[in-house]
Design a protein around this ligand. Structure first.
Ligand code: 13P
Length: 251
């Protein structure tokens, strides 16, 4: 089984001063209070990757990006490439976040291309999957989530998941304060692991399947107690040092 992984997704928040203060407080807190047997990664807005690299230079905290474009270079105004992320010591990159799927209309195929491009540059993709409230209510949770994973497997093969993370993020729980109960989350995580087991048992046993959606200090421990929840992808609470450090300590 993997070491647990807690990832901060800061989304489009912060400025130079805030980022600097947050990174220093997290770095100091992690050194003091958090068992670094666990992995911690911070995904700031891309413009602050260089600052993040500088601030975290003497820490064990990993750096991740929130997005990139699958091509290495070219006429893609406004985009950044995975190869560029490597210059800022990135280890992880979030792929297929529901905000990218919904607001920016990213397709399963495009997400699979990004997944492959990330790995081609030695970045570990954190593939996000999750259902809407409507899909949950109509009993489609498993088929949606497993379908999103299958779409990537179709393009890159199951072996590629030996170096990837899956984040189960029910859309109805993101930024809403509504968290999936530990049992609800565990049910989906177990379904994902058993789906992978059918294709490759080693991949299924070793992959980190982390949960995201209103994770906070008060619910992290109960989530992490579930056997198939290997960590968290944290949005809002990762912008609050005390909340985030408590989540890291619970992992
Ligand atoms: P919140 O933790 O703010 O619900 O966001 C979750 C998320 O989208 C992390 O990627």
């Amino acid at each position: 089984m993997q070491r647990s992984l807690v990832v901060a997704n800061w989304k489009m928040n912060g400025n130079k001063l805030v980022v600097s203060q947050l990174l220093n407080a997290i770095k100091n807190g992690v050194n003091k209070d958090v068992n670094q047997a666990n992995k911690i990664a911070i995904c700031p807005p891309s413009l602050f990757l260089e600052l993040t690299q500088q601030e975290l230079v003497d820490s064990n905290i990993f750096i991740g990006a929130q997005n990139a474009h699958p091509q290495n270079a070219g006429a893609f105004t406004g985009e950044i490439a995975f190869v560029m992320l490597k210059e800022f010591s990135c280890s992880y990159v979030i792929i297929g976040h529901s905000e990218r799927r919904e607001i920016f209309a990213e397709s399963d195929i495009f997400i699979a291309e990004k997944f492959a491009a990330a790995q081609a540059h030695n970045l570990e993709p954190i593939l996000c999957v999750g259902e809407t409230q409507e899909q949950r209510e109509s009993g489609q949770t498993e088929s949606i989530v497993l379908g999103q994973i299958q779409a990537v497997i179709n393009e890159v093969g199951i072996e590629a998941f030996a170096k990837a993370v899956i984040a189960y993020e029910p859309i109805w729980a993101i930024g809403t304060g509504l968290t999936a109960s530990p049992e609800q989350a565990q049910e989906v995580h177990a379904a994902i692991r058993s789906f992978l087991t059918e294709m490759d048992q080693t991949v299924a046993e070793n992959i980190s399947i982390i949960y995201g959606g209103s994770v906070k200090a008060s619910n992290a421990e109960a989530l992490f107690k579930q056997s198939d929840i290997d960590g968290a992808l944290v949005g809002g609470a990762s912008l609050d040092v005390n909340e985030f450090l408590t989540i890291c300590a619970a992992a």
